[in-house]
Write a protein that binds this ligand. Structure first.
Ligand code: UVW
Length: 321
């Protein structure tokens, strides 16, 4: 089956791709996060030597706009109570006279630094672990972000600064790299990707959002990122990678330049292997520090919001050195 004369259906592209369905039981909803065992957490804790912490969330509800996928809109926050209400005589009267401010926010759950639910993207009528795609109708009944949020994510992470590795402030539109490039980047940084590492990949792309006009950012929109190959997917499988964190909106080059398929790694990694995807991370401060102290591995901790039935949830991950 093909979607056009030239572009294969994603199911055809991935027909021989490995799957972890059933590996953690028929009811699993957190996938490769199962690799982050207590032993992995204890090993990661040994990387804390200086007490430096970095928060990896990109600001939300920026009045200038948030970097979101085309078609989504920025988070909007507005006050529903503040001193203005009291000045207008409309603030609630508390005994003792206290005043307060309150606000409300509307946002895409995929529209900020976020964890994707494992059921966020699929093909051929099945989501992660083989659940029926009809379980997404109305509200995600299976593989929503909630079980990921309940579990939390803690492990050893490695920053792979692809932008610095390629001597750029940020990678070009549509610029690709492979797992072999990630390994070369790690080597150039004087470190090595270990099995079960959380991969934190910096392209500089979200940093670019703050350096160029929004028109320029979105013109001919195609993000840089990892690009699909059977070898790359097998490498993620063999390395038991639990989580891919990037400073791009969708974790991979927007369209695979070889097959023409859009976002094939969402399916190959997330749907089939259960790799959790974390997008729109703020990595520039962490990267500057890693370049300075040469410590590219650290303890990574993240707890997305416990949004029931969510396709994703905002998160402010923390890297601790
Ligand atoms: C899409 O759903 C297009 O991508 P993301 O995983 O970034 O939300």
């Amino acid at each position: 089956m093909t979607t056009t004369d030239d572009v294969p259906a994603v199911g055809d592209l991935l027909k021989d791709s490995p799957k972890n369905w059933g590996k953690w039981g028929p009811d699993d909803e957190v996938g490769s996060l199962n690799y982050l065992t207590a032993d992995v957490v204890l090993e990661a804790a040994k990387l804390i030597t200086s007490g430096k912490i970095f928060t990896l969330q990109t600001p939300m509800a920026d009045p200038e706009g948030d970097p979101v996928w085309p078609g989504r809109s920025s988070a909007e926050r507005r006050n529903v109570m503040d001193e203005g209400h009291y000045l207008a005589g409309k603030g609630p009267a508390f005994s003792g006279g206290a005043h307060y401010a309150d606000d409300v926010m509307t946002c895409f759950l995929q529209g900020s630094t976020q964890y994707d639910a494992l059921g966020h993207v699929w093909y051929d009528g099945q989501i992660w672990n083989g659940y029926d795609a009809k379980t997404t109708v109305g509200a995600m009944e299976k593989a929503s972000v909630f079980p990921i949020a309940q579990r939390g994510i803690v492990g050893r992470a490695i920053l792979l600064d692809m932008a610095r590795f390629r001597n750029k402030d940020y990678l070009d539109k549509g610029e690709t790299f492979t797992h072999e490039d990630l390994m070369a980047c790690a080597e150039a940084q004087g470190t090595k990707i270990e099995p079960r590492d959380i991969l934190v990949v910096r392209t500089g792309w979200i940093g670019k959002w703050y350096k160029v006009t929004h028109e320029e950012f979105f013109a001919d929109f195609i993000e840089p990122g990892l690009t699909y190959s059977p070898e790359l997917v097998q490498w993620f499988h063999d390395m038991e990678i639990p989580n891919l964190v990037t400073d791009t909106i969708a974790n991979e080059v927007t369209v695979d330049p070889v097959s023409g398929v859009t976002l094939p790694l969402h399916n190959a990694l997330m749907r089939n292997l259960g790799v959790t995807l974390t997008e729109i991370a703020w990595l520039d401060d962490l990267a500057a520090d890693c370049a300075d102290d040469k410590q590219y591995t650290f303890l990574y901790a993240a707890a997305p919001l416990k949004i029931m039935h969510g396709t994703g949830a905002p998160v402010n991950p923390i890297a601790i050195k």
